[in-house]
Design a protein. Structure first.
Lengths: 558, 317
């Protein structure tokens, strides 16, 4: 097989894995059938989070943070073990974010006008490429003491989150706007055509309903910045930031596959350097760096004289002008230790603040099945799969609701969407058990077992129509899904401003029955800030965040 | 600077100045409509009344299909209401993520049979839809209505945001509101409610079921619930009201959830008078129609008769 064929294989592999990744995100969606005769379990037909389970960094970091490899995370060995022998093939052949960066780096621009020296020099190994190792060790240090920050920059979490909560909703909004705009012309063939294109798009790309995410601005802007950085340095993310790339670089320390350089046939045309993705010095006369190489094979394919060859057990003819390649990572032990210590120090920094222990945000409502907060922050990789799958657009990435420690972890915002009582999808897609997979029975409970609660509803009597404005309204009670209803009504007599007697029903809440689903807050007709709202108190996952003494006792003993 | 340059430059500057100024003047205080076109109901859904045919019939039978067919035959049979080539919209209550046994949604078997009957009568298209409260993807399936209606050949539509049109309902209270287009642009409209208790209106049957044609912030209508229901009833004037009283939800309405809340009544009401239909059906809840605010107001507004026996009420088995 010629090297050109192998390079084409690599291109195909990139396309295929990128498409699979996108397809899995598209399928992280509630579009399933089930039988109506009974309250049945609704299961997603595909293992939509499987891509994240192949991520060795997620596996290692969650292992450090909570001592177990959850569910499918063993799959990550399929990536990690071949890396030990081959090097960072994942970065060049598989990683969808790497592929995206690769493609965007290749788009011709003014950078390419400086063809010769400037581009060549920009592809030479640079000191800034060490940053990714520092990031990795800071995150691993943090994970070691139980705060999982890896999800911020892990490439698969990063891409899943960006596509799921920013890119796809943006496409939806754009398609919607375009449709409206074409309809504005009032020319029927135009609007019909636009409608059919929109319908087609909604079959493939768009979810059933338009979604709006809370922290989309930060996620979207960061994603755009990462893509734009490719216009300044080829694959800047992969070279300098990616902690997974760093981890795989370290694991390729003993790789038996590598680059063999033949100085005798080289005429120093520098084609190899011009086409290099990882900035690992493929050209003769410089030290090739195994830990930076993505195995894209561009250098070998570009070489007109066959001076470069990737092979097992490369035999490098070393001379004064041609130094040997090195498998070592260009980071000193001292800096590694400093980074780990820095990461460890993040924990006391986060936890000595008020938000975790003494001043938790009452609106920090976690998804049903979420593990206790301490454990949650040791598990959540912020991949956004739960937010994407939530059929009611109820789950959102946080901004600072759970402090800097929990940026982009899921929060339920009932005003936008409530937790559907018979839905267990968020637990099904969570790749790290931050949200435990619940059966329907566990979630709704029965005579013997308690239902899963995520909070408790409270009435704002200053805004509530029957309480404050002598106006009838029972919408919260109508929407309350528990049976018997948590929200009960009492007929009471009040007076309007003219002093007339008005008899109406006023809502009350029974905190023992409330599951915190937020349907009441969602449906409340007071348009901006609802007159009934849910806070996290009473959540099943916490023995302490309770109102009722009786439940506190029960939780502690069970 | 020579004369030619002077003239050229001045002319260009003047041209730009006049375009700028003209644009400003052109758009000065321009009135723009912030909303698109407003739809109005195109067709009268009702069929002409006939003195010889009763306006309301109730059939009691443990088999819901038999009950429906008997009741329907007693008010003149399907061919009286649906004519070949017509587009029919059926509106069951598909409000909640509940199973058929929990009696929060219309019995799916009745909906399927109604679709079949309409198609047999020659309807060009039978649409089954509702603006659910819970996620429609759950409600339509959990209620069993999607399967039954599709099996019968109906076109089941889960409403999305694009399907709503701003419509002039021309009511006392409810004027311009967002309405699901399948209830505006159609030829015949069959309302298929289920009988349920409701804490504000005491009951929700056919009239209250019409809330389900609306989008927008319809919960605000609860502040003047009677008038808003009557406005909707006056706007819709369904061809036929088919009340599912096979199961009746007595408590915890309109969602229910427990089988203890459900009573088995094995009855179906067909009526061309929507007020009469509700007036008969409230009796399953132990209520008196005259004391139910929105039913009383509906009669007062001339939409139908509470005294259903006066318009040829018929009971069959």
């Amino acid at each position: 097989m010629s090297i050109k064929t192998v390079r084409n294989l690599r291109r195909c592999s990139q396309i295929v894995f990128f498409l699979i990744f996108c397809w899995l995100i598209l399928k992280t969606n509630f579009e399933v059938g089930f039988t109506p005769t009974d309250i049945t379990e609704i299961k997603l037909p595909y293992p939509v989070s499987i891509a994240l389970q192949f991520d060795p960094l997620v596996a290692l970091a969650t292992l450090l943070a909570n001592g177990t490899l959850y569910k499918g995370l063993l799959w990550s060995l399929v990536v990690l073990i071949p890396t030990i022998f081959l090097g960072r093939f994942f970065c060049g052949w598989v990683c969808p974010l790497g592929t995206l960066n690769h493609w965007i780096s290749e788009i011709p621009s003014e950078r390419f006008r400086h063809k010769g020296t400037r581009k060549m020099e920009s592809n030479r190994y640079k000191k800034y490429q060490r940053i990714k190792y520092y990031i990795l060790f800071v995150f691993l240090g943090a994970a070691l003491v139980g705060t999982l920050q890896i999800g911020l920059l892990d490439p698969l979490s990063f891409l899943a989150r960006s596509i799921g909560t920013a890119v796809l909703p943006m496409i939806h909004a754009a398609a919607w706007g375009l449709l409206d705009w074409t309809k504005g012309f009032g020319i029927s063939p135009v609007s019909t055509a636009a409608q059919s294109i929109y319908d087609l798009a909604s079959q493939i790309l768009l979810p059933y309903r338009k979604v709006h995410f809370h922290a989309v601005l930060t996620i979207g802007v960061l994603f755009i910045i990462v893509l734009i950085l490719n216009r300044i340095f080829t694959r800047f993310w992969c070279r300098a930031i990616c902690p997974l790339g760093a981890m795989l670089g370290i694991f390729s320390r003993f790789a038996i596959f590598g680059l063999e350089k033949d100085e005798s046939t080289c005429d120093h045309c520098n084609q190899c350097l011009l086409s290099c993705q990882g900035a690992d010095n493929p050209d003769i006369g410089f030290r090739w760096r195994q830990s930076e190489c993505h195995l894209c094979l561009n250098c070998q394919a570009a070489c007109p004289n066959n001076s470069l060859k990737f092979k097992f057990f490369p035999n490098q003819k070393v001379s004064k002008t041609n130094p040997p390649g090195t498998p070592k990572v260009d980071v000193s032990r001292r800096k590694v230790i400093a980074s780990v210590v820095g990461g460890v120090a993040l924990y006391p920094l986060f936890r000595s603040g008020d938000i975790f222990e003494v001043n938790a945000n009452p609106r920090l409502i976690r998804p049903p099945g979420a593990v206790p907060e301490d454990d949650f922050l040791a598990r959540c990789i912020r991949c956004g799969q739960c937010m994407r799958v939530c059929p009611n657009n109820a789950l959102h990435p946080t901004l600072l609701e759970s402090g800097l420690e929990g940026v982009w972890t899921p929060i339920l915002i009932p005003r936008i969407g409530y937790c559907e009582p018979t839905c267990t999808l968020c637990g099904q897609v969570c790749p790290t058990d931050a949200i435990t997979e619940l059966t329907l029975k566990e979630k709704v409970g029965n005579a013997q077992t308690q239902p899963i609660r995520i909070g408790t509803a409270f009435i704002d009597r200053g805004r509530c129509l029957p309480w404050a404005m002598a106006t009838p309204c029972i919408v919260c009670e109508e929407w309350c899904p528990t049976s018997p209803k948590t929200i009960y009504l009492r007929e009471e007599v009040t007076y309007n401003r003219h002093g007339d007697k008005v008899t109406l029903k006023r809502p009350y809440i029974d905190p023992d029955l409330c599951i915190g689903c937020g349907a009441c807050e969602y449906a409340c007709p007071v348009a901006d800030e609802a007159a009934i709202y849910v806070t996290s108190v009473g959540e099943s996952r916490s023995p302490d965040n309770q109102i009722l003494l009786q439940r506190k006792v029960r939780n502690k003993t069970s | 600077m020579n004369r030619r340059d002077f003239l050229k430059k001045t002319a260009k500057a003047l041209a730009l100045a006049s375009v700028t100024g003209g644009t400003g003047l052109l758009f000065h205080n321009r009135k723009i409509s912030r909303y698109g076109a407003i739809a109005t109901k195109a067709n009268d859904f009702e069929v002409a009344a006939s003195v010889s045919i009763p306006r309301i019939a109730l059939a009691r039978n443990p088999d819901p299909l038999t009950a429906l067919n008997r009741a329907l035959d007693a008010v003149g049979g399907i061919k009286r209401f649906i004519h070949p080539g017509e587009r029919v919209t059926i509106k069951p209550n598909i409000g909640w993520d509940r199973t058929p046994a929990q009696a929060a949604n219309t019995n799916p078997i009745l909906v399927g049979e109604m679709v079949r009957l309409c198609l047999d009568a020659g309807a060009a298209e039978v649409i089954v839809t509702d603006v659910s409260c819970n996620d429609p993807r759950r409600c339509f399936i959990r209620s069993g209505i999607r399967q039954e209606a599709e099996k019968a050949g109906g076109h089941v539509i889960l409403p999305v945001q694009e399907d709503f049109v701003r419509t002039n309902l021309d009511g006392e209270l409810v004027n311009i509101w967002s309405v699901l287009k399948y209830f505006v642009f159609t030829d015949r409209f069959i309302n298929m409610p289920i009988v349920k208790q409701h804490s504000l209106t005491t009951c929700t049957i056919g009239l209250k079921n019409l809330y389900g044609i609306l989008g927008g912030q319809r919960h605000q209508l609860h502040q003047q619930v009677d008038q808003s229901i009557v406005d909707l009833a006056a706007f819709c004037r369904p061809t036929l009201t088919v009340v599912d009283a096979t199961r009746v939800l007595l408590h915890s309405g309109p969602q229910g959830g427990s089988l203890n809340d459900v009573a088995i009544e094995n009855s179906v009401i067909c009526a061309t008078d929507q007020v009469a239909a509700d007036s008969r059906a409230v009796e399953f809840l132990g209520l008196n129609a005259g004391e139910v605010g929105h039913i009383a107001l509906a009669e007062k507004s001339g939409l139908g008769k509470i005294d259903y026996r006066s318009i040829g009420y018929k009971e069959v088995v």
